[in-house]
Design a protein around this ligand. Structure first.
Ligand code: AIR
Ligand code: ASP
Length: 252
């Protein structure tokens, strides 16, 4: 069998050419990085969990009419997605202060924000994904005004969907990051949610205990990342409700 073509390797994923034109296979690695890859580790099982969780969130979004690149899961670590041109921005939506916002503005982590705040970062690892304004985005032509209107509306719809979903399982959606892709349908272009949605790209706090169930567990050395992600998956019903140590069962 011919080797498939690797298109791109990022910090947590590898993209391969898909089986049909216009498709891509997204492979989830077990690698975790933080602080622009200054901190790195391999966390067994993370890729499998993120593949499943991203499938779950993206399928839900597709079903409520928020378009995403997700087509179908292929196996434990891979999913088939629609090829798109990634807009070079990280779109961050915040409901509660945390992370870089808390640091920048001196607001205590966990403080409820008066309304969701949307921020844009320019996607460039060498520069450490700097925060930019719509002025920079327009001036450097990273996205048009129409794109920015569509991106804002997509980001807020994703926020409503994810916040409600998480609330239902006792988790507060503090903030998250999405990426947006451009696809062409004939002469028209559309924007869709791309990349991944997982505990790597969200901040998720247990509503009762405040425990972190996201990548901050790794960034801040708070314990087992796999346990935290497994807890999210278990609450959402993405994983069977066993603790993973399944014994052979007799079926009569
Ligand atoms: N994020 C930003 N870049 C990469 C990721 N994963 C996510 C973080 C957090 C949100 O964006 O995981 O959920 C805001 O991050 P920060 O560091 O700006 O506070
Ligand atoms: N994933 C990014 C990095 O490596 C940022 C982060 O999630 O902290 O550096």
């Amino acid at each position: 069998m011919a080797r498939r073509k690797k298109i791109y390797e990022g910090k947590a994923k590898i993209l391969y050419e898909g089986p049909e034109p216009g498709t891509i296979v997204q492979y989830f690695k077990d690698d975790a990085t933080a602080f622009n890859a200054e901190k790195m580790a391999t966390i067994e099982g993370k890729g499998v969990l993120n593949n499943r969780l991203s499938e779950f969130f993206m399928t839900g979004l597709n079903n409520v009419g928020v378009p995403t690149h997700f087509m179908r899961r292929l196996n434990m670590r891979e999913q088939l997605v629609r090829a798109c041109e990634i807009v070079p921005l990280e779109i961050i939506v915040r409901n509660f202060a945390a992370g870089s916002l808390s640091k920048r503005l001196g607001i205590e982590e966990g403080t409820a924000l008066p309304r969701p705040i949307v921020e844009y970062c320019y996607k460039d690892d060498k520069l450490g994904d700097p925060l930019v304004t719509e002025e920079h985005i327009a001036a450097f032509g990273w996205a048009s005004q129409q794109d920015m209107d569509d991106i804002l509306s997509l980001a807020l719809r994703v926020n409503d969907y994810l916040s409600g979903l998480m609330y239902g399982v006792g988790i507060k959606l503090i903030d998250f990051k999405i990426e947006i892709g451009r696809v062409y349908d004939g002469d028209f272009q559309r924007l869709i949610v791309a990349d991944e949605i997982s505990p790597d790209s969200c901040r998720l706090w247990d509503m009762e205990t405040g425990a972190h169930l996201d990548k901050d567990v790794f960034r801040r050395d708070l314990g087992s990342l796999t346990d935290a992600y497994t807890e999210v998956a278990r609450r959402l019903g993405v994983l069977p409700k066993t603790n993973g140590h399944t014994k052979p069962t007799l079926i009569n």
